[in-house]
Design a binder for this molecule. Structure first.
Ligand code: ADP
Length: 625
């Protein structure tokens, strides 16, 4: 797998721009993440300095005048400030932890909201799915991408506070002079010596984070390999326990097959993998060098501060203050530069995230409202509609014209792959026709507000999905529902009171994901709830797109005919590749290779011996005899 992320050069400007944009997104949705981080960082970074400053004063007093009153005041100040700061730290830390605990959920909310507002055709597009898979895996790999922003922000604030506090405490180290009586040590008063000392300090301070960033970049370059490793790991993390796979896994010992890949040296996470190799080699060396340089730096600081104190520039107590402050100053600068390096390394991952978040919607969004008609006199017309799925050459629908009015029973039949579901997708405006137009009451459906337009339809798709919430909520597809209507819809859909789904009435929770007392739902029961959901919506057009595909042909025919009785004055559109299910319909459209090849009643179509309907009918008749 090749990675564009690691190959393209990253410009500083781009790194800044993308990080800034990502901060903006977090700030817009979750400002408290930043505010709590800033409060905690401020208290956390400043706390040690108060202690350092006061203990230096106490030691100086002990080593100097030893005034009991002054000592008492300093000790009280040290105790009170320590207690207050500990309290503040605990409060801000809890606030910060509470805000950060949801970070994972928050970032998924940002990404999912994008999905939910995207044109369906874009959600369906392989490129969108691929981008999203990359984003998820970058996050799982090491929190790369948008997920990292609050941590980086906190580290920057922390470092800045640390630098400010340390700088305030260190200034006097350079302004306090060694007295003339100290002999050669007066050399420390010379400004050029200060420069000679500060330059290596700065060099080491900068070099250390550069080495860490370089080491991080090796890790980041493993992102693609890590994706593969995570997928392999997925077998143990997510598939091993999946009961839908349990039979296959046992029957064919598939765990052995997966294990082969899991332990393979291609897997970056194994001891023979790339990460371990980096840790033993370049990365380990860089981290060690970076850490060694930090220790050399601390040694240098000690020498300078101790010699100045020895020369008499300040008291012994101040040695702890200055060593603490300078170590903290360089530590803060290292932290700042390391975090900036990390933000730079994160740029390609942000690029991927923004490529996804910036996918523009392409479908025209109209604003017309759909006329609310008490007589439900709506009419849909497909006018010479042709359609090709994006990035495909073949026509999924070709020159389809159809018209259906309220109260009609329309069937769409045809072999698998003949275009039936595509027809429904276009009807629901999940895609726009490539040619031709679809009209509702004579107006192109593009001109309607989409939510308004959707309110005219209830569709039970082949792969409908229920949620692990209550029976009533599933029926109404809403948190609050009208119990009377929900019960009627479920009864009409044939969910008898003897079903376990009625265990706690409409409050029965379906499935066990959220509730141990939830009931498992069989395929047949799920269908009934899905049909009840369509009935509850009470839309003028109701579509059944083979939601019964798992049933045998006779059971499907029974459900369709029963449904025919329930739908009353609504327009019902039935899709099936089983002709018998739809023979009661007023009008049957036969699809073949994306075109409507025949249209008429069952009797007329079955009588046409040259037609495809006749052939299919005879081929399938064995099931019903
Ligand atoms: P049916 O519902 O009759 O089984 P479909 O409408 O699902 O048929 O499919 C019609 C044609 O469109 C088929 O050739 C199918 O492979 C193709 N097709 C369906 N969905 C997609 C898609 N998302 N992308 C590309 N081609 C698709």
């Amino acid at each position: 797998m090749k990675s564009e992320e690691k190959k393209e050069r990253i410009e500083i400007r781009e790194a800044f721009h993308l990080n800034w944009r990502a901060i903006g997104i977090w700030w817009k949705h979750y400002p408290l993440v930043f505010l709590s981080s800033a409060a905690f960082s401020l208290v956390n970074a400043l706390t040690p300095y108060v202690g350092i400053w006061l203990s230096a004063r106490i030691i100086n007093e002990l080593a100097g005048a030893r005034d009991p009153n002054a000592l008492l005041q300093l000790v009280i100040a040290a105790l009170v400030s320590a207690a207050l700061l500990s309290f503040l730290k605990a409060v801000t830390e809890r606030w910060r932890n509470a805000q950060h605990a949801e970070k994972h959920v928050k970032v998924y909310k940002i990404l999912t909201d994008k999905f939910l507002t995207m044109d369906f055709c874009l959600v369906d597009a392989p490129h969108t799915q691929d981008l999203y898979a990359q984003i998820r895996q970058n996050m799982q790999w090491s929190g790369w991408g948008i997920r990292r922003i609050p941590d980086n922000f906190e580290a920057v604030i922390n470092a800045l506070c640390q630098i400010a506090g340390a700088a305030a405490l260190s200034v006097s180290l350079f302004t306090q002079m060694v007295p003339e009586s100290a002999g050669t040590l007066v050399v420390f008063n010379h400004p050029s010596l200060v420069c000679v000392l500060i330059l290596p300090l700065l060099a080491v301070t900068i070099l250390s984070p550069i080495l860490t960033t370089k080491a991080d970049s090796y890790y980041a370059s493993c992102a693609d390999g890590a994706k593969k490793g995570n997928r392999t790991f997925g077998f143990y993390g997510f598939m091993g326990y999946d009961r839908r796979r349990a039979l296959d896994i046992r029957m064919y010992c598939q765990n052995l097959l997966c294990q082969k890949y899991f332990l393979h040296s291609d897997n970056v996470f194994t001891t023979k993998g790339l990460l371990a190799k980096f840790a033993r080699g370049k990365v380990g060396g860089l981290y060690a060098l970076s850490s060694a340089l930090s220790y050399v730096l601390t040694g240098l600081i000690y020498v300078y501060v101790c010699l100045k104190a020895y020369g008499g520039a300040f008291g012994v107590g101040s040695v702890t203050q200055y060593v603490g402050a300078i170590t903290s100053l360089t530590g803060g600068m290292t932290k700042l530069l390391t975090t900036l390096g990390e933000m730079y390394t994160n740029t390609p991952f942000l690029r991927t995230a923004f490529e996804f978040l910036d996918i523009p919607n392409q479908m025209y969004q109209g604003s017309l409202t759909v006329e609310k008609r008490s007589d439900r006199n709506y009419e849909i017309e497909f006018r010479d509609v042709s359609f090709r799925y994006p990035n495909t050459g073949a026509w999924a629908l070709r020159h389809v014209s159809a018209r259906f009015r309220v109260g009609e029973r329309l069937a769409i039949v045809g072999k698998n792959g003949s275009g039936k579901t595509t027809f429904i997708k276009l009807l629901c405006r999940l895609y726009d026709p490539s040619e031709g137009e679809i009209l509702l009451n004579g107006i192109d459906i593009k001109k309607y507000n989409y939510q308004e337009y959707l309110s005219v339809f209830s569709v039970v798709f082949q792969d409908f999905q229920l949620l692990p919430f209550s029976l009533g909520q599933n029926t109404a597809a809403a948190a609050q529902y009208d119990a009377g209507r929900a019960e009627t819809a479920l009864q009409e859909a044939g969910l008898g009171k003897s079903s376990p789904l009625w265990k706690n009435g409409l409050e029965t929770v379906l499935y066990k994901q959220f509730d141990d007392n939830g009931v498992e739902v069989s395929g047949g029961e799920a269908q009934k709830v899905a049909i009840a959901r369509a009935l509850y919506k009470d839309a003028p057009f109701i579509v059944l797109d083979e939601p019964t595909a798992a049933l045998d042909p006779i059971a499907e025919a029974e459900i369709y005919e029963k449904f025919n009785e329930i739908v009353g004055d609504k327009t019902a559109i039935y899709i099936s590749h089983r002709l018998s299910s739809c023979r009661f319909c007023d009008e049957i459209m036969v699809f073949d290779h994306g075109s409507v090849v025949q249209q008429g009643t069952h009797e007329a179509l079955a009588a046409d011996e040259a037609g495809i309907y006749h052939q299919l009918w005879n081929a399938q008749a064995q099931y019903y005899q």
